[in-house]
Design a protein around this ligand. Structure first.
Ligand code: CA
Length: 237
């Protein structure tokens, strides 16, 4: 792809090893990556390079990640740039605040790089649908967004329209736990009243569709999170 067309990602992270890991994996996906080691440096990079997305660490020297986020959201020039925040374990409660000041998504360290790349793609797709991809993949699952075909390990899987929308939402946000209400809003829309139980019905159908034989060699990718909701996650039991 033409270098100029490739999307620019700014990584603001003070841990050198993590910076390198992110740079390596994002470049492998074809993104142009710039690096900043602290918040102030990060803000300068944003001004100079106008990135398409920012991976922003929460705890940073000089200016903290949250302050960087707040400043970016205040300016018309930068307020729409998607921000994926990184946080250490134990800072999760603070993340609620992080999201409320404008981060688009967050991940807790240590995280899976595969999942981070998937989240980055999802955020970029949301911010610029014209650039959107034509298919989604998760492990051995593939979803073709033009033909509406879903396949697992190469065999076609038949899903209804609602299950397709559910699966698409999960595949755009792998590993993330959604409540029934969030799934209702995302799939059915917030102006329609649907019983939360309806979600369970479609989740069940989706599970059966993805694993028709119920075989043990075939993992259940939909994880039920007790009293919380559901996630697409291959650690499902
Ligand atoms: Ca840090």
């Amino acid at each position: 792809m033409d270098t100029e067309l490739r999307e620019k990602i700014l990584v603001v992270e003070d841990e050198a090893s993590l910076r390198e890991l992110l740079q390596y994996n994002l470049e492998k996906e074809g993104y142009r990556v710039t690096l900043a080691t602290d918040g102030e440096d990060g803000l300068l990079h944003v001004e100079e390079n106008k990135p398409d997305l920012i991976v922003l660490d929460w705890m940073l020297p000089q200016v903290s990640g949250i302050e960087v986020c707040r400043r970016l959201r205040r300016s018309n020039e930068t307020k729409l740039i998607p921000i994926l925040m990184l946080t250490a374990k134990g800072e999760e409660a603070d993340m609620v605040r992080g999201l409320s000041i404008g981060a688009d998504d967050y991940m807790t360290k240590p995280f899976s790089v595969v999942e981070l790349v998937a989240r980055v793609k999802a955020l970029l797709r949301r911010s610029n649908p014209a650039r959107s991809e034509e298919s989604l993949t998760y492990r051995d699952l593939t979803m073709d967004l033009r033909t509406y075909r879903v396949s697992r390990a190469g065999s076609e899987v038949h899903v209804g329209p609602t299950e397709f929308k559910l699966l698409r939402y999960f595949m755009e946000n792998p590993g993330r736990v959604f409540t029934r209400e969030q799934l209702l809003d995302a799939v059915w829309g917030s102006d329609i009243y649907v019983e939360p139980r309806t979600v369970d019905v479609h989740i069940r159908r989706l599970r059966v569709a993805l694993n028709p034989t119920g075989g043990e060699d075939c993992r259940d990718y939909i994880r039920t999170v007790r009293s919380a909701g559901y996630a697409l996650d291959d650690s499902a039991e």
